[in-house]
Design a protein around this ligand. Sequence first.
Ligand code: FES
Length: 279
Amino acid sequence: MSADDKYPAESGRRRFVKGVVGGAALAGVGATGAVSMNTLTTASGAGGGPVEAMVIENTAGPAPRGMPQIPIEIDDEGYIKGVWPEIQTETVEGVEIEVARQDIAGVTYSQEWFQYCGLESNNALDPSYESDNYFVTDPGGGYEWQSDKSEGDRFYVSEFDDYQEWNSEAGIGSAGIGKAGSAVWRSGESENPMPVTILRSETIEQAAQNNDWLAASTDQGVIAWLNKCTHFCCVPSFKTASDAPKYDAANKVYCACHQSVYDPFSITSAIYISRPRPE
Ligand code: FES
């Protein structure tokens, strides 16, 4: 982690609430809203710069913004994968660089959404890094229900079929708001893997019916995000940390390092400065 990853608190965020589904404890799922600009970090290198990303909203704590959503698709066999944007070549300051970027439901989705916390130097964010893009089991651990999976196993949508009843083994918060899985993405043997949380929930399923972005970036109620705290790069948790309820995070994503809280049922947009990839 570098000091350059310290951003001041964001302000002026707004979101459009699309309605509450699945219980009063949950925030409505928000859609696009112009939000805030964090302090510039300048550095040489390929790519980087201002980017607008769809994020799970940061609702409390020192984190400067939400964590970026990863659009997903479910293949014909039922396995869940992250969408990697199409590769394009563009010229920046006279130098041709490759960028993975594409339009999804009017939103510009790009690799730059994930360029923070040192991940910008990860092979995974080389636009042309070869990966099948499936989410696979996290060698660092996962939820109890994942214990019969082997390292590198994919996630099958039916493994989340009990999403309307599930609660974590820690029993934090309400059962039935959604079932989570802990995964990595495009990481191979990397020492700095891309941690991902997969969540299947009725709230997302319902919200996607009235929201073009969610309809295009989720499927069967499955949503995913890069689970890397935008404060100091810890890996937060969903419904497993015993002190989460103290911070109004029993049904949210909680970072135990400095008590940042994120709401996976509120998707907003955030503008920030993505860090350049090393040349
Ligand atoms: S709140 Fe500081 S790293 Fe997450």
